[in-house]
Ligand binder design. Sequence first.
Ligand code: GLN
Length: 272
Amino acid sequence: MVRSELIKILEEHGIPDAGFEVSCMLEQITGDRYAVSLSAEQKQQISAMIQRRISGEPLQYILGEWEFYGMRLFVGKGVLIPRPDTEILADTVLNWSKGKSGLKILDLCTGSGCIALALKRHLPDAAVTAVDISEKALAYARKNAEYHQLAVDFHHADVLDKNFAKQFQAYDIIVSNPPYLTGQEMTELQTEVKHEPAIALFGGSAEDGTYFYRKITSIWKDALRPGGLLAYEIGWKQGLRVSELMQSNAFDKIQVIQDYEHRDRVAAGEKI
Ligand code: GLN
């Protein structure tokens, strides 16, 4: 099958960036984004990929990898795909860290490890610890750390477990992209997102999706040193609520930062 036919199939199934997606698939199979002559085996491989894609599976799971902060990360069923918006959270932490050394950093709900690994890569002398409740996600995070030869200390635990949190003290930075979608948003997910783990998306029973911010802020603030940074990725309607919540938990210098679409995406503040 030639490139234009493959693109046509994806387009007929309503996939918007069909040309780009076909290029990604061709690159993975042949090493050439614009490959024209495929072996019989390669043809079989690409049609299997196209089939999975038109069944609604995300491109990133089909490729088994995606880029985050200039790094190749392995992803697949059971782990949230790193989003470009999350790079703004990494930027926020890196900006705050300028001129500081030997930082102790904790990444809660690490998923693929994307944030922890981006931070360790750009702050090589930092001690980075990362926590997730999902063994499946952690398997990807560990594989990603290994691939990039980055030393991150991973823990399999529930971030809502107060006893677990007690072991952690005097951290300079706590960063988290917790689940934050509302019940309503969970019913309106794109087909592709439905293939991702609900546990990484659904922000709990509170109507505004802020359950994890409430819990994490109260449970983990004792792990942060005075003057330390708490930085969250947030949903675009949660800026006010999360900044108020941080304020009432004795944080100041609170900032809400917008994403590439000019929507609130990060809330960060310092512990008083
Ligand atoms: N940004 C993700 C989405 O819109 C949600 C990620 C999360 O809940 N942390 O699909």
